[in-house]
Design a protein around this ligand. Structure first.
Ligand SMILES: [Zn+2]
Ligand SMILES: [Zn+2]
Length: 336
């Protein structure tokens, strides 16, 4: 694989780039070489980012997670994230394969290539499940039969943490002062329900200043008429998530179950249902839902994290041990 080069600037705590000049970074076969540090790719947990800023999380020799955040100034943010994730996932899968060869257990090696981001997901030693989760681009992919249309556009909303269909939304506020006018502009990634709240806020703030009203109305229409209603499998998902946001967990759970009656192997919907059960105070049912989520997708880390926490809190050591044996041990699962 040829080397990938990009330029970046360090950012301050507000996410703004610092300094006049960009630094150079090179992604080689086995490391990410930046101006002041070199990160071995096998230690990289993953890369994510938006609005031109990237964050790379990696595990240092002591096992603690470190992170490096920067503004991509040349090479393109999406390109940088895709190259880092794809390269680190390949390096980790290759290391796993070598370990298994050394232990004479090569038969246990199993990998999956994400069709969206071309990362390699190491599934060695894990049971086969109806869906596979890509930890790098956070999508759930149905493995056989007919995957629901548009399935890969659904993932966790950055704003509310529910499984949904987040999209970038331009948040635009105009204001006029006595002698000047200004505007505030940013792009955030959020689900339709979070988008509705933001769009209403935008419309109200911008109402007095005509210049901002047209984009606000457009975002409001997008928030109400786009989203999960366009997907037949997930038709009720936005309504369910909206009920969840209002604290009506019972309606939310009823709507999640309606989706699951038609599509029982949707790990993300089971996950949201588990959160709704928790909202109702039904810990046992919540654990069942997170368990069903893992049965649908054995490497779905959000469900694993919740179930592990609940079993730990309940002091159920035996089940916790069984869960860890079944689901842990793959390097991208963050150490607790
Ligand atoms: Zn992916
Ligand atoms: Zn949301």
């Amino acid at each position: 694989m040829s080397e990938f080069r990009f330029k970046y600037k360090d950012i301050n705590e507000k996410g703004q780039p610092m300094g006049l000049f960009s630094s150079k970074a090179v992604l080689t076969r086995d490391s990410l070489v930046m101006a002041r540090k070199t990160i071995p790719l096998v230690d990289v947990v993953g890369a994510d980012g938006h609005s031109h800023n990237a964050v790379i999380v990696w595990r240092g020799p002591s096992g603690y997670a470190n992170q490096e955040a920067f503004r991509v100034t040349s090479g393109g943010l999406k390109n940088v994230l895709r190259h880092v994730n794809s390269s680190c996932s390949r390096a980790k899968a290759a290391r796993r394969k070598q370990q298994l060869i050394a232990e004479d257990k090569l038969d246990a090696y199993r990998e999956w290539n994400c069709p969206e981001c071309q990362s390699v997901v190491d599934l060695s030693g894990r049971e086969v499940s109806p869906q596979i989760w890509c930890p790098y681009c956070d999508i759930l992919v149905t493995q056989n039969g007919n995957p629901p249309r548009g399935e890969v556009s659904f993932h966790t909303c950055d704003q509310c943490g529910l499984y949904a269909q987040p999209k970038p939304m331009t948040v635009l506020y105009f204001w006029f002062a006595v002698v000047a006018f200004g505007y505030q502009y940013e792009i955030r990634r959020m689900c339709n329900v979070c988008m509705r709240k933001e769009a209403w806020k935008m419309l109200l703030v911008n109402f007095l200043f005509v210049v901002g009203v047209i984009p606000s109305v457009f975002q409001l229409l997008r928030a109400y008429f786009g989203g999960s209603k366009l997907s037949s499998a997930f038709r009720e998902l936005d309504s369910a998530n909206a009920a969840f946001h209002k604290g009506d967990h019972m309606t939310a759970s009823m709507l999640y179950r309606r989706i699951l009656e038609k599509h029982p192997d949707q790990a993300g919907v089971h996950f949201n249902n588990g959160l709704a059960q928790l909202g109702m105070g039904s810990t046992e049912q919540a654990m069942e839902s997170f368990g069903a989520s893992l049965n649908a997708c054995i490497n779905y880390e959000p469900a694993y994290g919740m179930l592990e926490r609940l079993l730990h809190e309940a002091g159920n050591g035996e089940k916790l041990e069984r869960l860890r044996r079944r689901c842990d041990g793959v390097d991208y699962v963050p150490a607790s």
